[in-house]
Design a protein around this ligand. Sequence first.
Ligand code: ZN
Length: 155
Amino acid sequence: MKCAQCGHEGLESGVVERTVNVGELGYTAEVPAKVCSSCGAYRLSLDTLRKFGELVAADLAREGVSSPDAFKYMRKQLRLPAKELSALLDVSPETVSRWENGKYPIDPRAVKLLGVMVLASVGDRPGLEYLRSLVQKREPRDLVRRLPALLATGG
Ligand SMILES: [Zn+2]
């Protein structure tokens, strides 16, 4: 495998720290990567990117984060087009767009429903207890969110 940055031949298996920002939250985890010994660039497998996305979306859902960026992140993690989500929620596509742009405050019921869908997609069984956990929940004060390290899969 060739480094896309410097063209160096032969990337090595290693671990890197990946951070993704969702609004004001920064999600960090150690993830397996192919690292260039020459320039330090790295690449992540699709599997790793998918798993990282799942962990972030599930944390956003569990914490009931309702920022426009969180809403959009969770929707994208579900591979749910904004138009389809708007149909599912009985609102216009423009409404979803304005929620995600921060132009309208997001309907808190839409945040909960999206959270239920995200948690169900990662194998949780969100129900009454999940909704109860969100009542009077404060958004996370710790803006740096540390995720469990991802393990290398396959070769
Ligand atoms: Zn390189």
